[in-house]
Design a protein around this ligand. Structure first.
Ligand code: FAD
Length: 394
């Protein structure tokens, strides 16, 4: 697309997808790019860990969307542990290759934010309340101002206002169980057990599992990042802070279902550092229409079992960039982007549901499982591909 063909673009949301989108829109020659981000504080301080498959990472490094200078911890293998008496780590049911890099979410975001060009106007504390599209452009309304743009990119996350506008009535479907998350300074666990470097732990139990890996803390040390998925009978509402039902379920899991070391990891994280994340499935049937385009979680939210939320967002942006380079105008670029990415979103939500079913809702009898049975079970769940993200261009 000829430089300057995109006159002015508003990017709604300044997280992973929004920062990366602002960068590529500027690289594509958009004359004016404005990011509207509702948060006033640094987003970086709220994140924990993100695992990125090494092959997907190589693609995103080549696309100029991940920076080699961002700190990460290597993972090589995944150990599946199950509680076995007083065995600190539990019994290893099986070992599988796990070529991932472990990043701190804040480090990834901060590097992207730093690369948003000076020419892009990045407005914090700028909540978009409404958009109105017509033949001449899109009006973006805030609390007490409004502005007209040639196009709008919705990078506004799982509860996207832009998706609502494109697909009225399409609402995120709750997974029906939450994730508890936290990150514990590694030194608090010293001397407890010999959990070697490079191992991602999947600690499994009836009705859920815990995923654990190390991430850099940004000060030369490491945090032990964890995410726990489990059903909580009889609860309908989930807020970010733990209520009595979610605390009680966490206590039951740490005390009775996890091997001692992993339960201790959660205790030593400290109650104030543990938060709940709601899980959803939603995918937009079309990623672009007219002057509106969706990216990242605004386009598709797949359950985090897929290990691909940030990757998917950055891949969307990479494909937007190649579509803009190959299209004659915004409309043809948006159509090419939609054709390439909407099917990926559908595949990823389907994978997330399958993994959630097998890993949380209908778990196998872990105590009778051996390595061969585990491999066959995992191949049945994830065998069609996509765990860690589909390859770019596939
Ligand atoms: C602070 C924060 C921390 C996170 N930490 C992690 C983590 O540790 N690990 C992990 O795997 N994932 C994390 N995520 C989620 C992860 O970023 C996404 O799942 C994925 O990377 C896709 O990102 P996204 O940019 O599409 O969506 P999101 O990261 O959800 O970003 C959406 C952005 O849009 C903004 N926004 C929404 N509505 C409006 C509006 N009306 N007007 C203006 N702005 C709006 C939000 O404030 C937000 O910054 C985090 C997200 C946030 C916002």
């Amino acid at each position: 697309m000829a430089s300057g063909v995109v006159e002015s673009v508003a990017v709604i949301g300044g997280s992973i997808a929004g920062c990366a989108a602002a960068l590529v829109l500027h690289r594509a020659g958009a004359r004016r790019v404005v990011v509207h981000e509702r948060a006033t504080a640094e987003l970086a301080d709220r994140g924990v860990g993100v695992a990125v498959h090494t092959e997907r990472c190589a693609e995103l490094l080549a696309a100029g969307l991940v920076d080699e200078a961002v700190p990460w911890e290597p993972m090589r293998v995944r150990h599946w542990y199950v509680r076995d008496g007083s065995e600190a780590l539990g019994r290893v049911v099986g070992v599988q290759p796990f070529p991932f890099r472990a990043y701190g979410w804040g480090h990834l975001w901060r590097a992207l934010r730093a690369r948003v060009p000076r020419e892009v106007e990045f407005r914090t504390g700028s909540t978009v309340r409404e958009i109105a599209a017509d033949a001449g452009g899109v009006v973006v309304r805030g609390a007490d101002d409004e502005e007209r743009y040639a196009a709008v990119v919705g990078a506004d996350g799982h509860a996207s206002l832009v998706r609502d506008h494109l697909h009225p009535g399409l609402t995120p479907h709750s997974a029906g169980y939450p994730a508890w998350r936290g990150a514990c300074p590694e030194e608090r666990l010293r001397g407890l057990a010999d959990w070697a470097d490079g191992i991602c732990a999947y600690v499994v139990f009836d009705g859920g599992h815990l995923v654990v890996y190390r991430i850099p803390d940004g000060r030369g040390g490491r945090l032990v990042n964890w995410v726990l998925y489990a059903t909580v009978p009889g609860t309908a509402t989930i807020s970010r802070t733990l209520d009595a039902a979610h605390r009680a379920r966490l206590d039951e899991i740490t005390g009775e279902l996890l091997p001692p070391f992993w339960g201790e990891l959660i205790h030593r994280t400290g109650p104030d550092a543990v938060f709940l994340q709601r899980l959803y499935d939603v995918t937009a049937p079309r990623y672009a229409s007219g002057r509106l385009l969706l990216l990242g979680d605004a386009a598709t939210v797949a359950r985090p079992h897929t290990g691909a939320g940030a990757v998917k967002a950055l891949q969307d942006v990479a494909v937007l960039e190649s579509s803009l380079a190959g299209g004659a105008d915004w409309a043809s670029a948006a159509a090419a982007y939609d054709a390439a990415r909407a099917p990926v979103g559908q595949a990823m939500t389907a994978l997330g549901r399958r993994l959630g079913h097998g890993l949380v809702e209908a778990t196998p009898d872990w105590h009778t499982q051996d390595a061969a049975a585990l491999d066959a079970w995992w191949a049945g769940l994830a065998g069609q591909g996509g765990f860690g993200g589909r390859g770019l261009g596939r």
